[in-house]
Design a protein around this ligand. Structure first.
Ligand SMILES: CCCCCCCCCCCCCCCC(=O)SCCNC(=O)CCNC(=O)[C@H](O)C(C)(C)COP(=O)(O)OP(=O)(O)OC[C@H]1O[C@@H](n2cnc3c(N)ncnc32)[C@H](O)[C@@H]1OP(=O)(O)O
Length: 216
């Protein structure tokens, strides 16, 4: 058997590598346990605090001890990609993933996807506006979901073009909506718009390329 690489100190065989690395992992939706939403919500609050406080040294030392304890408590439960509820609990804000914007999907189908939510203090760029880098994160995840909801095979973003049309406020309910414009062979062209009421904040066009067999 051909040997391709090392993982966590173990040699990975070709058949294992195909299953875990050589193709895109197969994700299945999951119903997260009752405390997962609470855990993720508390972690989001913690992130907000982490970027917004100015803490006395003694308080910070104590908090750091407790955070390090939490990290140690969770460490034995690390699982491979695709096995955590994170990102797979589609009914939760941000699909239950701390990385994703904590937005809730309102519409999900071949005609398009719409999601609603707020940018929080954690997403602050400058002068009260969302950081410019957080919009592509929102759009890129939307593009993946739009392609998925359209029934296209797993595709990767080849490009993502964002036009920033107006300042994106924090703590303000916004919507993002998009759909497939056209499909040309492996290429799916997708567009989406970020709105505050009737005001266009940003729009985005992406080229999503269907993966070839074996492409990751
Ligand atoms: C669990 C329950 C929940 C379910 C509900 C949620 C679902 C949720 C799903 C999420 C699904 C994941 C979504 C991941 C979305 C990412 O964010 S992926 C991460 C970001 N993207 C990447 O890392 C991609 C990196 N790039 C690559 O891997 C490779 O470049 C690609 C994109 C696979 C393409 O490589 P390739 O297959 O070798 O393609 P190549 O032959 O170069 O080009 C093919 C054609 O596309 C054109 N093309 C390629 N790149 C470009 C470009 N940048 N601009 C213009 N044209 C281009 C070429 O010119 C060529 O055109 P033709 O000559 O055929 O006309």
């Amino acid at each position: 058997m051909t040997q391709h690489g090392e993982s966590a100190g173990e040699t990975v065989r070709e058949d294992d590598e195909y299953e875990h690395h050589g193709g895109f992992p197969k994700f299945a939706p999951v119903a997260a346990g009752p405390d997962w939403p609470r855990f993720v919500a508390a972690m989001r609050d913690l992130q907000d605090r982490a970027v917004s406080v100015n803490v006395p040294d003694d308080v910070l030392a104590e908090v750091s001890d407790r955070v390090e304890e939490l990290v140690d408590t969770l460490s034995p439960y690390i699982v491979p990609e695709g096995q955590s509820p994170s990102g797979r609990a589609i009914e939760l804000p941000g699909r239950g993933s701390l990385l994703m914007l904590p937005w809730t999907i309102e519409k999900f189908g071949p005609e398009g996807v719409r999601s609603r939510g707020v940018f929080r203090r954690f997403h602050l760029g400058g002068n009260g506006a969302a950081h410019g880098g957080t919009l592509p994160l929102l759009f890129d995840d939307m593009m993946g979901m739009i392609v998925h909801a359209y029934g296209r095979p797993i595709s990767r973003t080849a490009y993502l073009h964002v036009n920033y049309r107006a300042i994106t406020p924090l703590d303000t309910e916004l919507t993002v909506e998009g759909s497939v414009d056209r499909v040309e062979g492996r290429k799916t062209y997708v567009t989406a718009r970020l709105m505050h009421g009737d005001t266009l904040l940003a729009d985005c066009e992406a080229l999503m390329l269907e993966l070839l067999p074996g492409q990751a």
